[in-house]
Design a protein around this ligand. Sequence first.
Ligand code: ZN
Length: 403
Amino acid sequence: MQGAPGGGVGPGLSPVDRWTLLVFSFILAAALGQMNFTGDQVLRVLAKNEKQLSLLRDLEGLKPQKVDFWRGPARPSLPVDMRVPFSELKDVKAYLGSHGLAYSVMIKDIQVLLDEEREAMAKSRRLERSTSSFSYASYHTLEEIYSWIDNFVAEHSDIVSKIRIGHSFENRSIVVLKFSTGGPQRRAIWIDTGIHSREWITHATGIWTAKKIVTEYGKDRTLTDLLNAMDIFMEIVTNPDGFAFTHSMNRLWRKNKSTRPGIFCIGVDLNRNWKSGFGGNGSNNNPCSETYRGPSPQSEPEVAAIVDFITSHGNIKALISIHSYSQMLMYPYGRSPEPVPNQKELMWPAGSLSTGPMTMASSSPSPSSSGTRGAMASCCRPPRSSPRPRRRGWRFGPSWNTP
Ligand SMILES: [Zn+2]
C-alpha cells in the first residue's frame, strides 16, 4: 500500500495542531453519527490446502455479517484477507487457531487509518479551496466529483461529453463520460469504477484516467490512435447511493442502498446482480450478506442502466471494471473452469500491464464471481491512504494503483 501524498498531517503542523486536528475529526465524525471501527482488525490468512480454504468459507456462514472478506478464499496460493469486528476477534482467532490456520494481523486498528484518511481529505480540501484547484491525489465526495465532471466536460467539450444513463435507487443521476473524436456509434470501450462504493481508490483512478485521456490525446501515439478509431465511455460513480453513504455514515459500505418491503437489510451487491451466472457460487441469497445478489438479475436500477446503455449502443467491444483492493487482472469466466474462446487475447493486456506486483487470475474458477460480468472477485479495499496515481508513463487501460 502506498502512503498518501502529503498524507497524514503536513510537516508544517506542530504536535499540538496535529492533536487538535485529530480530536476535531473525531468529534466531527461522532457528531455526524458515522460508524466507528475502533479495534476492528484485518487478518491475513494463508490456507495451505483446499480443506483449509473450505474452513475459511465456512467462517462466513458461521459469522454472517461479521467477517467481511476483503480478499475471499480463492485458492491455496493466494492470501485471504478479512476484516473482523473487535467484538468477534477473540472468537475468530480461536477458530483459526483450532483449525491450524496461520494468520497475521495486517491492520491492527482500522479506525486509526480511517481517521488518518479523513484528516488527509480535510487538508486537501482546504488546499483546493485556497488554490481553486482540483487535487487528483485526493479523495472526493459525490458532489465534488459531479461538480468536477461538469467542469471537466465544459473545459474539454471538443472531446468529452456527459450522458445521463439513468437514476439510482435513491434517485441520484447516473452519468457517463463519453470520449470521442467523432462519428456515430463507433466501436467503443466501457470502463466503470466504484461499483463497490467503499473502493474509493477506483473513483480516484477513474478521475485521474479521464484527465489523462484528454491531456495525452495528440501526444501519446497509442491513445491517439485508439481515440481516432474508437470511443471510450467511463462511468466514474457506478454506485452513487452507496458512495454517498460511505461519506456520510459508513465508510465501509459496499452495496447499493435499495430496500424492499419485508426485508430488513439494505442493499444489493451490484457486481452480483448481472445476468451472467446469476445466483451461483460466490453470491449470496441472504439480503444481509455483503454479496447479496438481489431478487433477480438486473433488478437494481444502477445495473439495469448500464445493461440498457450497452445493449442499445450495440458496438461496445471491451468492458473493464475497476476494483480494489489487490493487484489482479481478472477476466472471464470467473464462474467456470472452462476457458473462454479468446483466452489468449485476454491474456495480452496482462503481459503489457504487468509492471508491478500483480497476480494473474486466469479462468480458474473463483468462488466469488457468479453474477459478475467476468471474474470480479469479492473485493474490497483497506481504507488506508489517499490515492497516488502512477505518474510514470501511460498505458491504455486501468492504472494499477495500489489501494
Ligand atoms: Zn469491488
